[in-house]
Design a protein around this ligand. Structure first.
Ligand code: 5AD
Ligand code: SF4
Length: 827
């Protein structure tokens, strides 16, 4: 007789406490899935119920015991119906209380601690084995050892469909345990000493999650920023490095982490907040108390002052960070004065949200034995005051978001039909209307109002934005620890039978950079081969170049120049490759550039914006970019498509980024609309915005969408019609005037005389494209005549040879120029 297919067993895991338990519950389900356990939604349907418990506060463990009382009844009911129920207790209460649980509730079959989840199938088999025994011999299984083995290595990965079904956001535990021993806390005793998972293991799990469509990962650990997982070379990598590495994973748009200790906030992690667009501007950094006396009694290892200084450093790196924290009120010995300090630090540090707790003595912790326990009514009163203050702060933070456009990760359908729900970078819930197909994407949402605990907004339509806005990532600067050291090149004697000679072999010492150098499907090498008539064959981190001597040498210089950009942490694309080839060729054809080292590596002028490195693509661009560095007033004149405005905006964005200036002002004459603007509906901004759209587009090309939006809402970036410049002094700014051929003489003079302290003006336009009312002389044409040769003023002239937008644009420009020349002759 064949065995009947075993019925799937039904599993219900009830999770208490923190996110680490949520993660652990999923891992238990994953461990049991191959053994025929299927999760069910109703506890009453389950064959196995596991309570995944939390021990951090007293209430949590009491809840577990009352739940066990109910399960005992459920078991009796099921047994009466000829069914059975296995009851398991996991988590920190299991770890802490162990045998005590089965003593209090003998119906419990299995008690196991957080380090035993991977052994769950074995433990259940032991429970089933015991079932067959005589009642007197039966004993519940208790496993609360801290085993030596790495449980993560033994936990099976769930099937991809399971991960997909769990949604777009996922937790990933990277470290467990804590060595801080805050005197109120049980964690060091229940979860044990601090252990980090190896870097590669974490990255692999993250890749698997991203592959299943997860867009946001929250790294978990009781003390997550103490993470020090070993890398391949056996060197400990910190949380900062981990974030850099994670941000390279395709598809993974957002990274968060929790919970952190102020003493473990390493510089590298703060830098990651500055550098990584994927690392969300939200930080849970518990302070617990604002009083130094209490902080010391808590063994917190930080003071009020050091905490505030730390927050200031983090804010300097990431100004919009939303700070969250934990507070305990009524710690033994806490006076009214100490408590006032807690209220004041909450305000001073500027929390956007916080979790607040009444102190509860945990058995076995040092503080539980302290004198000066605070009476319950005092704790209640203090908690209420702190909660009221935090609620007000949370509200005012939310209010500050109203009117802004925030990138929202759209996670699910909303409660009402046609509604969607997602989260802002600051972890606020956001509701908006929109089609379901947007779920999984990050979309700009204009925040319109706040209701209770969430924000509501409207998705900014495609027509209103450049497509660049929906992209949240930016090129990742390499983690300092993985920076490369250089290139080796050696000449290889040509084999006798090879017509192509000589040969040159280049060796790049960083495989990752070499891969970026070659491009997707080696497309960068292919372009070099095509344009320079060489053969470039990659083998790992070596490239073999074959061809005529001059071309091989050019290819070498191209590759070395590009590699240098990569080493500086820049991303390169095919356009950069094209540019470098042009530069090397123009160098050799005597179109010399001032700084070009003959026959050496080419150093084209370059602008490294947050989103990409823009390298000069033509000699005129090179001269223009250098002029913007030196001169205070630069004119970029010539045909469309030569990158005049684009490069000006890039230059401004970098100066802003570096803190050299405080603001960017972008302007253009709105002549197309002229005075008729007054008849259009809407306020002035709405009326002129369409005319300024190209400037917005350039900004979104250079900067992260959030940075642009932050800049615009805070007034750091101003996009305004020329008329708005009247009467102002523009100091500490880069001011860009685009389409300047359409200014009148008066307007140009007005504009140029606005130049203030520490400012720079860049005026771009095409004198052949004047679109002014009849008889008006172009302010640009006039200025070029009057100002040429004045010190501090530079005029860069572009021609059709510099058109980089599209080859056809160059030909169109040439055709028009030809026609104009003929027309001129005819008239
Ligand atoms: N009493 C009250 N709150 C506590 N926490 C930890 N232990 C206790 C305790 N004994 C709070 C701390 C910690 C958070 C997870 O729980 O604020 O950061
Ligand atoms: Fe507990 Fe956090 Fe202190 Fe560690 S750092 S002992 S987990 S409160």
């Amino acid at each position: 007789m064949s065995n009947p297919t075993p019925q799937p067993k039904k599993l219900f895991i009830k999770t208490y406490g923190c996110q680490m338990n949520v993660y652990d519950s999923d891992r238990m389900a994953d461990a049991l899935a191959p053994h025929g356990y299927m999760p069910v939604h109703e506890i009453a349907d389950a064959d196995l119920v596991v309570l995944n418990t939390c021990h951090i506060r007293e209430k949590a463990s009491e809840k577990v015991f009352s739940e066990l009382g109910r399960l005992k009844e459920l078991r009796a009911e099921r047994q009466a119906a000829g069914l059975d129920l296995t009851i398991g207790v996991a988590g920190c209460v299991a770890q802490a209380e162990g045998e005590e649980i089965v003593r209090r509730v003998p119906d419990v079959d299995l008690v196991f601690g957080p380090q035993s989840y991977h052994r769950l199938p074995d433990l259940l088999a032991r429970v089933d084995g015991a079932r067959g025994l005589h009642a007197a011999l039966r004993a519940p299984v208790v496993d609360t050892d801290f085993p030596e083995e790495d449980k993560f290595e033994h936990l099976p990965a769930p099937r991809k469909e399971v991960t997909v079904s769990r949604g777009l956001t996922a937790f990933l535990t990277v470290q467990e345990g804590c060595d801080k021993f805050c005197t109120f806390c049980v964690v060091p005793y229940t979860r044990g000493t601090e252990v980090s998972r190896p870097l590669a293991q974490v990255l692999e799990e993250a890749r698997r999650l991203a592959d299943a469509g997860v867009r946001e990962i929250t790294l978990l650990g009781q003390n997550v920023n103490a993470y020090h997982g070993l890398d391949g070379a056996g060197r400990p990598a910190g949380l900062g490095e981990l974030c850099y590495r994670l941000s390279e994973i395709e598809g993974l748009a957002r990274i968060r982490y929790t919970t952190s200790h102020p003493a473990d906030m390493a510089d590298e992690l703060i830098e990651a907040h500055r550098d990584l667009g994927a690392l969300m501007p939200y930080l849970h950094l518990p302070v617990q108390s604002g009083s130094d006396r209490i902080l010391q009694a808590m063994n917190r290892k930080h003071t009020r002052q050091s905490y505030l200084e730390l927050v200031a450093r983090i804010r300097a790196a990431r100004p919009d960070i939303a700070l969250s924290g934990d507070f305990i009120v009524g710690f033994p010995g806490e006076t009214d004065e100490d408590f006032e300090q807690t209220l004041s630090i909450a305000a001073e540090a500027g929390y956007a949200s916080a979790f607040t707790f009444k102190y509860s003595p945990r058995p076995g912790t040092p503080a539980s034995g302290l004198g000066g326990q605070v009476p319950e009514p005092v704790k209640v009163e203090r908690l209420a005051r702190l909660n009221a203050q935090i609620a007000a702060q949370t509200r005012s933070f939310a209010e500050s978001c109203v009117g802004k456009v925030l990138p929202v990760l759209i996670e699910k359908k909303g409660r009402n039909p046609g509604q969607l729900g997602g989260r802002s970078p600051y972890l606020q819930a956001v509701h908006m209307d929109g089609p379901e197909r947007l779920i999984g994407g990050i979309h700009p949402v204009e925040i319109l109002a706040l209701s209770n605990n969430s924000l509501s907004g409207r998705i900014v339509t495609v027509a209103e934005r450049s497509s660049a806005r929906v992209v949240e990532s930016r090129p990742v600067p390499p983690c300092p620890a993985t920076r490369s050291k250089g290139i080796l090149s050696r000449h290889v004697p040509p084999p006798a039978d090879n017509a192509l000679s000589p040969q040159l072999e280049l060796a790049f010492d960083d495989n990752r950079l070499a891969a970026q150098l070659y491009g997707d499907f080696d497309q960068n090498l292919a372009l070099i081969e095509q344009r320079l008539s060489v053969q470039a064959t990659p083998r790992g981190n070596h490239v073999m170049l074959k061809g005529a001597a001059q071309e091989v040498d050019q290819a070498r210089r191209v590759l070395e120049s590009l590699y240098e950009l990569l080493e500086e942490g820049r991303a390169i694309d095919i356009a950069n490759v094209d540019a470098v080839i042009r530069m090397v060729q123009s160098d050799d054809s005597q179109l010399t550039l001032p700084t070009l080292e003959k026959k050496g590596k080419v150093r084209m002028a370059q602008i490294a914006t947050r989103k990409a490195t823009i390298v000069a693509r033509t000699p005129a661009q090179d001269a223009y970019m250098r002029a913007m560095d030196r001169a205070e007033l630069v004119f970029g004149v010539g045909p469309a498509g030569t990158g005049k405005t684009y490069l000006a905006v890039a230059h401004a964005a970098t100066l802003l980024e570096r803190g050299d200036i405080n603001r960017i002002i972008l302007s253009r004459p709105a002549v197309e609309a002229g005075e008729r603007l007054g008849f259009l509906p809407g306020d002035m901004k709405e009326k002129v915005d369409p005319y300024l759209r190209p400037l917005y587009d350039a900004l979104y090309d250079m900067m992260k969408p959030e940075a642009v939006e932050r800049g615009i809402t805070s007034g750091i970036i101003e996009v305004a019609p020329l008329a708005f410049m009247r009467g102002r002094t523009l100091a500490n700014a880069v001011v860009i005037l685009d389409e300047a051929q359409n200014t009148t003489s008066m307007q140009m003079k007005m504009f140029l005389t606005r130049l203030g302290e520490n400012s720079k003006m860049i005026v771009t336009g095409d004198p052949t494209q004047v679109d002014l009312p009849r008889g008006e002389r172009s302010g640009l044409v006039e200025a070029l005549g009057l100002l040429d040769g004045i010190e501090g003023i530079h005029i860069s002239r572009f021609t059709d040879r510099d058109v980089v937008r599209h080859a056809l644009v160059g030909r169109i420009v040439r055709a028009y120029e030809g026609a104009t020349a003929k027309g001129d002759r005819a008239s």
